[in-house]
Design a protein around this ligand. Structure first.
Ligand code: GDP
Ligand code: MG
Ligand code: ZN
Length: 324
């Protein structure tokens, strides 16, 4: 049935047994518009609202239903929208820090794999890939890196090598979404898996979504000449069912993504450098050309990877130039 193609399985069915006994129906949130939801069920897609009780019970906004959540629904007699009575336990949650606010924002729930999409034209930036890897690491989904627009560079191999440096062991694929050279990424949908696409605006997430769906479901943006970046066009998140199986969640561009840290995994990736920096002669040492720098000394001794320091320095420079 439809719910199975949306990722429903035996484990979820077991967790749902008590709710089914109360005549609740299972569904998956496919889109969200303020407090109004579209939910896929075995009987097709329906409208739903959440109960006040559910809203009041949430300690964090990210506890509320969001795209990708499996929910327990009470169907109304007549034409009214169904009500969401419960968010079923999540197997993963992609959560970022809402921009400009100190609160978590749910990007997508129950995602099996996240495609971190990047492109050679202007977007290519290893610290950004590292930040997105930290976001994925916190989510419990598996990362895959997709270098899109491979047609725009003569050095695909060199770029893949650079990515491998910051993402050892992570699958990496070079593709061209706009001429349908995408077959290498399709196997990640096997078994009706759910994939979310993250990455800067303009890297081709919506183009890839459309290529994977075989239809123009998402609006894409023509590239602006002067900076070769696409403009932001995807305004809300939506879960799409692939005709070949599996689900896709496209997300709006996340140039300045900040990790909402539940367990400190993101900061931890540079804890080694921050520890060594305590021994630098100058407390504001940037570990570039300053004398008596303990961090560069560690690189010279072979105790610290030079590439890892380069990523840290690039990230620190970016933070300064963006005023953070
Ligand atoms: N050359 C080239 N351009 C692409 C490719 N994929 C997407 N684009 C273009 O990149 C621009 C931004 O794409 P879009 O899908 O809107 O990016 P999004 O902001 O990440 O959703 C559009 O003009 C696309 O046609 C590709 O593989 N090669
Ligand atoms: Mg888009
Ligand atoms: Zn230093």
């Amino acid at each position: 049935m439809m719910l199975e193609t949306l990722g429903w399985n035996n484990q979820r069915q077991l967790e749902f047994a008590a709710r089914a006994a109360e005549n609740l129906v299972a569904g998956r949130v496919v889109s969200e518009h303020r407090s109004h939801f579209r939910v896929g069920t075995d009987a097709g897609e329906i409208s739903a609202e959440m109960t006040g009780r559910l809203r009041n019970a949430a300690t964090l906004r990210s506890d509320l239903p969001g795209v990708g959540d499996f929910v327990a629904l009470r169907l109304e007699m007549g034409d009214g929208p169904a009500t969401i009575e419960q968010v079923m336990p999540r197997t993963s949650a992609l959560i970022r820090k809402a921009s400009g606010e100190n609160r978590p924002q749910l990007l997508a729930a129950n995602v099996d794999t996240v495609f971190i999409v990047t492109a050679p034209d202007g977007d290519f930036n290893l610290p950004r890939i590292e930040r997105l890897l930290a976001l994925v690491a916190d989510s419990a989904a598996a990362p895959v890196i997709v270098l899109n627009k491979a047609d725009l560079t003569d050095d695909v191999v060199g770029m893949l090598e650079q990515i491998t440096q910051v993402a050892p062991g992570v699958p990496i694929h070079a593709i061209s979404a706009n001429d349908d050279r995408i077959s290498v990424v399709e196997r990640h949908f096997d078994g009706n898996r759910t994939i979310a696409l993250v990455g800067s605006s303009g890297v081709g997430k919506s183009t890839l979504t459309n290529a994977l769906l075989g239809r123009a479901a998402q609006a894409t943006q023509e590239v602006r000449e002067h900076d070769s970046r696409g403009r932001h066009t995807t305004t809300h998140r939506q879960l799409f069912l692939r005709p070949g199986g599996g689900c896709i969640i496209d997300t709006p561009g996340m140039r300045g993504v900040e990790v909402w840290n539940t367990d400190g995994a993101a900061e931890d990736s540079f804890a080694d450098i921050e520890g060594l920096a305590l021994e630098c002669k100058f407390s504001n040492c940037r570990h570039e050309a300053e004398p008596k720098c303990a961090v560069r000394a560690a690189v010279a001794r072979g105790d610290l990877d030079a590439e890892h320091l380069a990523n840290y320095v690039q990230r620190a420079r970016a933070a300064v130039s963006s005023g953070r």
